[in-house]
Design a protein around this ligand. Structure first.
Ligand SMILES: *Cc1c(COP(=O)(O)O)cnc(C)c1O
Length: 349
């Protein structure tokens, strides 16, 4: 049954778009979602007046499909991506794509591109990017009446080439999300407005910005594209919580909390975390979590002009013991090497 794999150098893929055989498309018109279908056309032709171009109605998701040791193709908790995209769409006045149809569409498009799913052990995965845009015309400010839901897939290499790489963060002068704004939904607009700050961080030699809550600039929120975790000296996992609900609900973070608490028997505390605490050395380890890298260890947080220089010596050369254990446990579950909670790993067939 297994399709012949494409002739790619699986071990050396980067994180860049490679068109595959099929994308999935479903259009919304006259108040209803139509039949979804596969297409080999990877471009779109839409009106210059489409809502996406003017008022930025766009939401997206990201998940991965991969091959297990015994040759099955699986993905991880697609139901949570479906639910999150549903909520994101509602927030931007877009018609939510039904949860069950989202999961079916992911299965359909991954199955159709089976030959592009990297083999077990290559470190590479098939990145799955569902997204939705307003295709209907709008000129006055309002929600469009026509939309397209689409899924593209593309094979990608491991996020960090050469394995375990620690990153350094800086504190941005800009904010990522307004209190009670759109920080908790996965929408391109949150990235458009933070690119400037991200480029500034890169230019200064940092991997990412750590954002503080924009209301008080006191509490840890997250980075531009990943949630933050801390390990305390007593080995508990401390997970920052936002007073203004402006942290993106990372599926990796929510899964790691279950792994830590129920599988590793760790104490997990979800609470507001003051940046002051981090500065005072309350935490031994820090990690960034998201689908792409699962956990990236943080070696330090610096802002020389403000006299900020925090280091996490345990992550100087890769993950410290707690982040390493969390990452390994979750990765083993995701790849089918270890048993996880019921329903987390979904087979494509
Ligand atoms: C997607 C995203 C994350 C990570 O979420 P996962 O579901 O774990 O991939 C974190 N922060 C932001 C801002 C994001 O867009």
């Amino acid at each position: 049954m297994s399709a012949e794999k494409k002739n790619l150098d699986w071990g050396n893929l980067g994180f860049a778009y490679i068109p595959t055989d099929f994308s999935y498309v479903c259009n919304y018109k006259n108040g209803a979602w139509g039949e979804g279908f596969l297409t080999s056309d990877h471009s779109l032709q839409i009106s210059e007046c489409a809502g996406i171009f003017h008022y930025c109605q766009e939401v997206f998701e990201g998940l991965k499909a991969y091959t297990t040791r015994d040759g099955r193709i699986v993905c991880f908790r697609p139901d949570l991506n479906a639910e999150r995209m549903y909520a994101s769409a509602q927030r931007l006045c877009m018609p939510p794509f039904p949860i069950d149809r989202f999961i079916d569409a992911v299965k359909t498009v991954v199955k159709a591109n089976e030959a592009w799913v990297p083999p077990f052990g290559s470190g590479a995965t098939l990145y799955v990017r569902p997204f939705m845009i307003a295709t209907g015309d709008v000129i006055g400010v309002k929600a469009a009446t026509e939309y397209q839901f689409r899924i593209l897939v593309t094979p990608v290499g491991p996020y960090f080439k050469g394995g375990d790489t620690s990153v350094k963060l800086t504190i941005s002068d800009f904010d990522r999300a307004a209190p009670r704004g759109t920080g908790n939904i996965k929408a391109g607009l949150n990235y458009a407005m933070s690119l400037y700050a991200t480029e500034a961080a890169h230019h200064a030699g940092y991997a990412e910005n750590l954002y503080l809550d924009s209301q008080t600039r006191t509490f840890i929120e997250e980075t531009g594209g990943a949630n933050v975790l801390f390990a305390a000296a007593d080995s508990s996992l401390v997970v920052p919580k936002s007073a203004t609900d402006s942290i993106l609900p990372s599926i990796t973070r929510r899964s790691l909390i279950v792994v830590a608490r129920d599988i590793l028997g760790m104490q997990v505390v979800e609470r507001a975390v003051k940046f002051e605490e981090v500065q005072s050395g309350a935490f031994e380890e820090c990690g960034l979590c998201g689908t792409a890298a699962v956990i990236s260890p943080v070696a330090g947080i610096e802002k020389p002009e403000a006299g900020i220089s925090i280091s996490f010596p345990k992550a100087a050369n890769g993950a410290g013991p707690i982040m390493a254990k969390l990452r390994k446990t979750l990765t083993d579950i995701q790849t089918g090497e270890a048993e996880g909670p019921q329903g987390w790993v979904v087979e494509i067939n």
